[in-house]
Design a protein around this ligand. Structure first.
Ligand SMILES: Nc1ncnc2c1ncn2[C@@H]1O[C@H](COP(=O)(O)OP(=O)(O)OP(=O)(O)O)[C@@H](O)[C@H]1O
Length: 263
């Protein structure tokens, strides 16, 4: 049985990714119960919910980390199924995790091309094309206004905000369909958060589709077009962010108001 909640879905043509009726259990814990999610192309969708509501599990089902027990996922109307995170990456979905997957001792350019290194030459003479990767990395970061001293510096020398911006820029470069961000500013200070938010707004202007997990309702107001709320593994509301207050969002998350999402 799917949820009885009526969710105002975007028009089919506007939908990049749609997950329908996703359920996932871990032994006795049912993390997702018939959850639904529709992501509008070129928009920022915030995925909200209290601790344990199922946000990360939903993202992991979308990105090939966990196979869902039930449900379907479509991208541009075609059903997809990812057995591994690499498969979802190949389909153009990139995820920026809370724990950054940057390698401290490698320079910025090499982190941007991690596991996607460019090579030149043929056969046994094939070598890394460092100069092209360095030049491209500079271009990618400049285009996104990411302010770092040099792409040749190791990531270890960067601030938390710079590191997060590099991780987001990498995701935006390779995530041709969707960039998923799991609490991208959770560990950052005020100025660094502002810089990362500017970067996310820049992605939106460039038409990148973003799924953002955030516990910060003011941030959701600043960055997101749409909010989708999960409660105990079920999608209970979908709202146009411009039409709700941070308090409304908190009420939807906690279930403090009767009838929420039951329009
Ligand atoms: N790999 C796992 N094994 C067992 N239980 C899990 C696993 N992953 C998640 N869970 C459980 O599933 C439920 C949903 O967890 P999930 O991490 O998806 O929630 P969340 O909304 O992302 O929470 P948070 O905001 O705290 O990150 C929780 O009860 C959690 O303990």
């Amino acid at each position: 049985m799917n949820t009885q909640v009526t969710l105002h879905k975007p028009a089919t043509d506007d939908v990049l990714l749609e997950a329908t009726n996703l359920s996932k259990s871990f032994d006795a814990v049912q993390a997702l119960r018939h959850a639904d999610l529709a992501l509008e192309r070129g928009k920022v969708t915030a995925l909200l919910g209290d601790n344990g509501a199922g946000k990360s599990t939903l993202v992991r089902c979308l990105t090939g980390v966990h196979p869902p027990d039930t449900g379907t996922i479509t991208i541009n109307g075609s059903e997809v199924s990812f057995a591994t995170p690499d498969e979802s990456r190949r389909a153009g979905i990139e995820t920026v995790y809370q724990t950054l997957s940057l390698i401290d001792d490698l320079p910025v350019w090499q982190n941007l091309y991690l596991r996607r290194e460019l090579t030149r030459g043929f056969g046994p003479l094939r070598v890394l094309d460092k100069s092209t990767m360095r030049a491209n990395a500079t271009e990618i970061l400049t285009e996104l206004d990411v302010d770092i001293p040099s792409v040749s510096s190791t990531v270890r020398r960067m601030s938390g905000g710079q590191r997060q911006s590099i991780a987001i820029a990498r995701a935006a470069h390779w995530g041709k369909q969707l960039v998923v961000m799991d609490e991208p500013t959770a560990a950052l200070g005020v100025r660094e958060t502002a810089a990362v938010e500017t970067l996310v707004r820049g992605l939106r202007k460039r038409g990148v589709t973003v799924l953002l997990i955030s516990h910060d309702m003011s941030q959701v107001k600043r960055l997101a077009d749409t909010a989708v709320v999960l409660r105990r593994g079920t999608t209970v509301a979908r709202r146009d962010v411009a039409s709700v207050s941070p308090d409304d969002l908190v009420a939807l998350i906690t279930g403090a108001q009767p009838g929420d999402g039951l329009e």
